[in-house]
Write a protein that binds this ligand. Structure first.
Ligand code: COA
Length: 260
C-alpha cells in the first residue's frame, strides 16, 4: 500500500523477535486500528480509522507496524507536514501493546521512522505528548534526544481514553531534529540532555501523577495547571526542555535557553 520502498528491519530482542515494516495491506491497517483499542482503550469516537492511515500513506506520510513473528504488537502513524518552507513529518501516533512496553519496541519504531525520514530527504519529525507522563518524557527527551518549546493547552479537547483521564489534553510539542548532535548522541546511548548550563531551569512533576489522572483527577488537574503556567512562562522567555530526570517521588524537566 505504501508507495515508498521501505526496508523491513528485524531485531532479535531477549524474548521477542521484532520486525518493523511499512503496513502493506488493508488488513495491516485494520490491525493498527485494533491496536489503538488495546493501547489507549479508545472508544470508537476517538479511534483513527483505517481510511486516515491510507490518506497518510498516499500523501507522503506513513504507517509502520512492529510485529513479533506474525503478531502486530505496535505501530507508528505519521502525516506529511509543511512549515516555513520546510517539509517534516508529524507523527500522530506511536503505540505498543501494554505487555510489550518497556522492551525497546517503541524506540525501534522511532529509529525506523528516523531512518526512513532521512532516506526521504526529511530531517525533522514532530509529535505531541502529555507532560504528566514521565515515561513518555524520558523516552522522548533522553532516549531520543528531542526537545520541546511549545505548550499546547487542551490540544485535542476531551478524549475517551482512560490514559488521558478527564483532564484537558495539554501537550508539549516535541521537535526531533534528526541530524542534530544531541539526537545522534542520545540514540547512540549517550545522554541527550546536558545539565551543565548555569542558567538551567527546572520544573518538577510528581512521579505518580500519571496514575492520579484516573485515581485522583482533581490532584492531577492541579499539577497540570501548575505545569501549564510554568512551561508557558519559560517557553515565552526562550527556554526549551532539553533534559528529564527520573526520581522515585518526583521527576524533573530541565530547561535551557535554546536557539536553533
Ligand atoms: C510510549 C510508548 C510508545 C513507548 O514504547 P516502549 O516500547 O514502551 O518504549 P521503550 O521500551 O523503547 O522505551 C521506554 C523507556 O521508558 C522507560 N520508562 C518506563 N517507565 C518509566 C517511567 N514511569 N518513568 C520514566 N521512564 C520510564 C523505560 O525504562 C525505557 O527506557 P530504557 O530503554 O532506558 O530502559 C509505549 O509505552 C506506549 O505505547 N504507550 C502508550 C501510548 C502512548 O503514550 N504513545 C505515545 C504518544 S502518541
Amino acid at each position: 500500500m505504501s508507495s515508498v520502498m521501505s526496508p523491513v528491519v528485524n531485531v532479535a530482542m531477549s524474548a521477542i523477535d521484532v520486525t518493523i515494516r511499512p503496513c502493506a495491506s488493508h488488513r495491516d491497517l485494520q490491525t493498527c486500528v485494533e491496536l489503538q483499542r488495546r493501547v489507549w482503550n479508545f472508544s470508537d469516537a476517538d479511534i483513527v480509522p483505517a481510511a486516515l492511515f491510507v490518506v497518510a500513506q498516499h500523501t507522503g506520510g506513513h504507517a509502520y507496524c512492529a510485529c513479533d513473528g506474525g503478531r502486530a504488537i505496535g505501530f507508528a502513524l505519521a502525516f506529511a507536514a509543511w512549515r516555513g518552507g520546510s517539509r517534516y513529518w508529524h507523527s500522530h501516533m506511536v503505540g505498543v501493546l501494554p505487555e510489550y512496553q518497556n522492551h525497546g519496541v517503541g524506540r525501534l519504531l522511532k529509529l525506523y521512522q528516523r531512518d526512513e525520514a532521512l532516506r526521504s530527504g526529511i530531517d525533522a519529525i514532530e509529535w505531541t505528548f502529555d507532560p504528566l507522563e514521565s515515561r513518555n518524557a524520558y523516552f522522548n527527551i533522553m532516549r531520543l534526544g528531542a526537545i520541546a518549546r511549545h505548550y499546547l493547552p487542551d490540544c485535542y479537547g476531551a478524549t475517551t481514553s482512560p490514559l488521558h483521564g478527564s483532564l484537558p489534553t495539554d501537550r508539549l510539542l516535541i521537535e526531533w531534529p534528526l541530524r542534530a548532535r544531541r539526537v545522534e548522541s542520545a540514540i547512540s546511548g549517550r545522554s541527550g540532555g546536558s545539565y551543565s548550563f548555569e542558567n538551567a531551569q527546572h520544573i518538577a512533576v510528581p512521579s505518580a501523577v500519571g496514575e492520579w489522572k484516573t485515581g485522583d483527577p482533581e490532584r492531577a488537574r492541579q499539577v497540570q495547571s501548575g505545569l501549564r503556567r510554568k512551561f508557558t512562562d519559560l517557553f515565552s522567555r526562550g527556554y526549551a526542555v532539553t533534559g528529564f530526570r527520573r526520581g522515585d517521588e518526583n521527576c524533573e524537566y530541565v530547561l535551557e535557553p535554546y536557539e536553533d
